[in-house]
Design a protein around this ligand. Structure first.
Ligand code: M6R
Length: 614
């Protein structure tokens, strides 16, 4: 959470920093600020609320300094008001910070005992106080940062300026991501590549414990966690920044929903041999024969992730177990990392993450690596920390996802997991060639099916006012559709701010049925599969108690249509594919309900796209 950026170069920095903040705003949008340094003078702009408020303040007031740092905030310590916005300035020092200083109480108490006056409620401000103490002792900014970081516990990516050090930025990190971009006569430091790539494709990833000083003489020097000077690899990114534009769409979320046919096609593409319609997972071992051998010897799979990626993982459990006949455990990363899990040899731990930076997922990955088992990431952000640190990487290939509510990354995740299920099945020789062909054909048809389902955009726009009258929502599904019920409920919660729960339909009698009355809307996902009759019985039980029903089912199912207040037909498809198709209506429903309530669908309240703190 929080996005940080710093610029040192030949150009006026304010506009560069503002443009960079726009690409980082998904990381937090409670408040934002910029600090520039010119001729020993700091100039600071800060504003609560969205970035546009900061832009208004900066416009016409630019210092035109060539050196500056900036921040977009997701509040942890202290409310989202201007005094808590970064950058924080104390004496000769200005800083921006992403993360949480866990020992801030004791550090703050010690500083207050030395008569330091705090002007914000944040944990971050104390870093500026500590650095200023060092600068007043005539230490250089590098020396000050090397000393201060030894006192900090927790997670941090910090950029620091000093008015005693006119042409220098020092950056250091432990936990949250940080990247250095090296341009010709300029440096840009940021939490995310998207802020850097418009300026340069030459980049250096920070490892935990790294500190760098960049200066106007085009020099940069890295230090490691033991303060030794180190050389780091400069990578050249072979991809250009994807323009984060809404194009003709009113919101990024809607654009990303419409991009799902392409997202699925791109997720499948690298791993399907179109000549023989066979799955050949790339990126694990050098040859396909070795890859098959590898999957054949995996005895147990763990899938670890958070939020929407966790629901993707639950779908993976159904597919990997049923098609691949490999035992699977799925767990949220925040639990997995603290429960000392038993990870037997020949286990493969799979980490699903759109951003590749989620703090709990990253900690879980490191735990698995320490335990000595193999790790595989399914990620949408190449070069992200989780992508870099995992043993094997598969990519969602969805393209940049800006909307805080994850959409296209989810359908890509399901597609990759379906391929993994097939790969396990054929490697373990429990899936016949005919079954594989049938599955591949079904997966290849998904983009076209999704195109058709996008037609429900208009339907939910029309129905949203009526639907918004419900006091609550239950989403019901069975089998591989149960995770889609949970994902639908999460989308509605995070966007429409209404209470929604996803349940395994068979669980209704064990409690939730008591919630049913005429104001409760049940979204029942009931395609004509082997569990159809059972789900229909659950739907009848809801109807008998006066509940309202939106059903998502197989096209032509008159029976289901008649039982429902609204019926959403989907094409008949393989059970592995149906969950991908059923995702479309639940996404569009949440989008339109949120809009009808006047909510900000791209940046829902209290949330951030990338959760880089616990
Ligand atoms: O980047 P990740 O996939 O690791 O993110 C995990 C969750 O934070 C994320 O899916 C979150 O739940 C979304 N806002 C859901 O729409």
């Amino acid at each position: 959470m929080c996005g940080i950026v710093g610029y040192l170069g030949q150009k006026p920095s304010e506009q560069i920093l503002l443009d960079a903040l726009k690409t980082l705003e998904y990381r937090g949008y409670d408040s934002a600020g910029i600090l520039t340094l010119k001729e020993r003078e700091f100039k600071r702009f800060r504003a609560a609320g969205k970035l546009v408020n900061l832009e208004k303040k900066v416009l016409g007031q630019e210092s035109l300094a060539h050196l500056g740092i900036a921040h977009t905030r997701w509040a942890t310590h202290g409310p989202a008001i201007e005094k808590n916005a970064h950058p924080h300035v104390v004496g000769d020092v200005g800083i921006v910070h992403n993360g949480i200083i866990e020992n801030y109480r004791e550090l703050k108490a010690a500083l207050e005992a030395q008569d330091c006056v705090f002007t914000s409620d944040t944990d971050s401000e104390l870093v500026a106080h500590l650095l200023n103490f060092e600068i007043q002792k005539k230490l250089t900014l590098i020396e000050a940062c090397l000393n201060v970081r030894k006192k900090l516990e927790g997670a941090y990516a910090i950029l620091a300026l000093s008015s005693q050090s006119l042409d220098e930025v020092v950056a250091f990190k432990q936990g949250p991501p940080l990247i250095l971009g090296i341009g010709s006569d300029e440096f840009i430091l940021a939490s995310d590549l998207q802020a850097i790539l418009p300026h340069t494709t030459q980049i250096v990833h920070f490892d935990d414990g790294d500190l760098v000083s960049v200066n106007a003489r085009s020099k940069h020097q890295f230090y490691n966690s033991t303060d030794e000077k180190i050389e780091k690899n400069i990578l050249t990114m072979d991809w250009s920044p994807e323009k984060a534009q809404k194009q003709t769409y009113p919101h990024f979320m809607l654009k990303e929903i419409y991009e799902q046919p392409k997202a699925v096609a791109e997720a499948l593409k690298p791993h399907i041999n179109l000549k023989n319609h066979e799955v050949e997972i790339q990126g694990i071992k050098d040859s396909f024969a070795e890859t098959q051998k590898y999957f054949a010897q995996v005895e147990r799979v763990f899938i670890v992730s958070c939020g929407t990626s966790f629901y993707g993982g639950l779908y993976g459990e159904y597919v990997l177990e049923q098609i691949g006949r490999v035992p699977v455990e799925v767990e949220v990363a925040s639990e997995f990392r603290y429960r000392n899990p038993v990870l037997p040899p020949n286990s493969l731990v799979v980490f699903i993450t759109q951003s590749g930076e989620t703090a709990d997922t990253l900690a879980a990955l490191r735990l698995a690596k320490e335990a000595g088992v193999d790790t595989l990431s399914i990620c949408n952000t190449p070069h992200s920390t989780i992508d870099r640190e995992s043993d094997f990487s598969l990519y969602m290939n969805s393209g940049v996802e800006i909307g805080v509510a994850s959409t296209k990354a989810f359908v890509s995740t399901l597609s990759v997991l379906a391929l993994l299920g097939i790969m396990f099945g054929k490697s373990k020789k429990v899936l016949s060639a005919e079954e594989e062909q049938e599955l591949v054909q079904s997966l290849l048809a998904v983009p076209a099916h999704i195109e058709g389902l996008l037609g429900y955009d208009a339907f939910f726009k029309e129905a949203s006012e009526e639907l918004s009258k419900s006091k609550g929502f239950l989403y019901l599904g069975r089998g591989a559709l149960f995770p889609i019920a949970m994902e639908g409920a999460l989308k509605l919660k995070e966007l429409a701010y209404v209470h929604a729960e996803g349940y395994a339909a068979g669980e209704m009698k064990h409690g939730p049925l008591a919630l049913i009355d005429k104001e409760m809307m049940c979204v029942v996902i009931a395609p004509q599969d082997h569990l159809y009759e059972k789900t229909i019985s659950n739907l009848q039980e809801v109807k008998a108690r006066g509940g309202q029903v939106i059903s998502v089912g197989t096209v032509g199912d008159k029976n289901l249509d008649e039982m429902s207040n609204f019926f959403i037909p989907m094409p008949k498809a393989h059970w592995v594919v149906t969950p991908i198709l059923a995702t479309l209506p639940v996404q569009l429903m949440a989008y339109h309900l949120a809009l009808s309530m006047g909510n900000d669908v791209d940046q829902p309240r209290n949330l951030a796209k990338s959760v880089t703190v616990e």
